[in-house]
Design a protein. Structure first.
Lengths: 85, 85
């Protein structure tokens, strides 16, 4: 059993209105030292595969097909062995 | 200048309908080995502070006040020195 921790972020050249909104809200709350905010998605996915390679293949495919939009987003992930029985 | 990478997740006892929806969609796409999905938020925040301690204080305060809802969510973050000039 593996736990994939997937982060999906907008590509650097893509506008991020949600991030700008959060930036404005933080400034309004008095956080003057904030320079930039980018908002993305985070997902934790439990995968019942016996090998790391199989789990990695699954996560890559999931991220490309459903979890991210490859035109405007990119993803990174870490994979942890869960040692459950 | 520091870059905070903040992950906000629902507490373990809180229902995650968005995660269930993603789980269902993945199963429908043929990913039968997926057992569980939890969806959270991910933010990258640039902070113009000279010391790590000051930046950490800012991030903790931001996360508690705006970025997360402490009743149902928890947050973790990493802080990277950006070495910009």
């Amino acid at each position: 059993m593996y736990l994939a921790k997937v982060r999906v972020t907008l590509k650097q050249m893509v506008n991020d209105p949600q991030g700008l909104t959060v930036l404005g809200a933080l400034k309004n709350l008095g956080f003057q030292s904030v320079e930039d905010v980018r908002v993305g998605k985070y997902m934790e996915i439990k995968i019942d595969e016996s090998s790391r390679t199989a789990a990695e293949t699954q996560v890559n495919e999931m991220a490309e097909k459903l979890l991210s939009n490859p035109v405007i987003e990119e993803f990174t992930y870490t994979l942890e062995d869960m040692h459950t029985r």
